[in-house]
Design a protein around this ligand. Structure first.
Ligand code: PLP
Length: 390
């Protein structure tokens, strides 16, 4: 019923990942493997495409409202999958979550305020902070026992009082860390102590591998509801990123009013296609998601075994996400040399680690949300490109 092995040609379909690869990396799509942008090469649950088909059959694509059934679907998913009871009025829909980050920065901070990020982290966080004329305050994650941890003491020592917001990526991209209860609570109390708004981007929260379990920050630390903004979306989970639909969920009324004012000021209104796809996925996507997770887990296993066999190369043990985070520092090579081999010899487009901020310099990020045959091909190509190290 669900065939993740099917190779679907995405070339010439306005796919950023495939159709812009050559312009960005110099790797042509004819013989290259697109393993950068974080979307998957899979069709979504059938219910999503059935919904779109019904829209096409109807044929009229005007403005969208009301959003009651969409909000009920979001509430249902959060309760069912995450044990998180939310009210429909807490949901503020946005044009994707990068836009939500920008709106939060505008709503809760002023020009030149500091915004704390744990780096390396999803590059759009720093970009939204900077493009809104705020300052990025980097707190570098520490690798311990092969996984990232937050060094709260070092962060505390570095503060100068101009910081107004902290953006958490939970689970973390890149590296796939699923934060544990004590870590989430320590962070929440830190934000309380230093009077910081906590923006918790939980877009990857459905893509978690057993035995790891995602805990919503709202459940980990209910006492900070007056400073917590949670971001969620169906886009990563169900591969609907082109629908550009996400949500800020804010329980506190006063905090919500500030976000809503920024949203209104940006003139935002919902995208019909994104709303309808999200609703269908949340209502009918459970079984598809279970199958996807099993498939991704095997992709991850094959990829890690293959690249970890190259001396000096280490793929971080992903607790979540389909984004392998590979450390090349053990090869002793310069980054340019590593990139030349990955792009030039292996013909693979992977995200540069330095774009994720301090700590990412010697890494590359490979997207494993693709048919297994492509993962196997990538492993072979990488082993060949670094064959002289064997
Ligand atoms: C942590 C995180 N937030 C947001 C996004 C993208 O959000 P959107 O496409 O909804 O703007 C990504 C995409 O990779 C991400 O990893």
């Amino acid at each position: 019923m669900i065939d993740f092995d099917e190779k679907i040609d995405r070339r010439n379909t306005h796919s950023v990942k495939w159709d812009v690869m050559e312009a960005v990396y110099g790797v042509p799509a004819e013989d290259g493997l697109a393993m950068w942008v974080a979307d998957m090469d899979f069709r979504p649950p059938q219910a999503v495409n059935d919904t779109l088909q019904a829209m096409i059959d109807h044929g009229v694509h005007g403005y969208y409202a009301p959003d009651t059934s969409y909000k009920n679907a979001v509430c249902g998913w959060m309760a069912r999958r995450h044990g998180w009871q939310i009210e429909p009025e807490w949901i503020l829909t946005t044009h994707g979550l990068v836009a939500a980050v920008a709106l939060a920065v505008q709503a809760y901070t002023e020009a030149d305020d500091g915004v704390i990020l744990f780096t390396p982290v999803y590059h759009a966080f720093a970009s939204m902070v900077r493009k809104n004329n705020r300052r990025v305050v980097e707190a570098e994650l520490v690798v311990e026992d092969g996984r990232y941890i937050m060094d709260m003491e070092a962060l505390e020592a570095s503060l100068d009082g101009t910081e107004k917001m902290l953006i958490l990526c939970s689970p973390h991209n890149p590296g796939g860390r699923v934060w544990q209860l004590e870590e989430l609570r320590a962070l929440a109390l830190f934000c309380q102590k230093h009077d910081l708004i906590l923006l918790s981007d939980e877009i990857h929260h459905d893509l978690v591998f057993a035995p790891h379990k995602h805990i919503m920050m709202a459940l980990a630390a209910p006492e900070i509801a007056d400073r917590l903004v949670t971001l969620v979306a169906a886009s990563k989970t169900f591969n609907l990123a082109g629908g550009m639909t996400g949500a800020a969920v804010i329980a506190d009324e006063a905090l919500r009013a500030r976000f809503e004012a920024a949203r209104q000021a940006a003139g935002a209104s919902p995208n019909r296609f994104g709303m309808m796809m999200t609703e269908a996925a949340y209502n009918h996507g459970d079984e598809w998601l279970e199958a996807l997770l099993a498939y991704l887990e095997e992709n991850r296993r094959i990829f890690d075994a293959g690249v970890n066999a190259i001396p000096g190369v280490r793929s971080m043990d992903l607790q979540s996400t389909y984004l392998a985070w590979v450390d090349f520092s053990g090869t002793g090579m310069e980054v340019d040399d590593i990139i030349a081999r990955v792009q030039g010899k292996a013909r693979i487009a992977a995200n540069y680690g330095e774009s994720f901020g301090t700590g990412g310099e010697k890494y590359l990020r490979f997207n494993l949300g693709c048919p297994r045959a492509m993962v196997e091909d990538a492993v072979e190509r990488l082993q060949l490109a670094f064959a002289d190290l064997q």
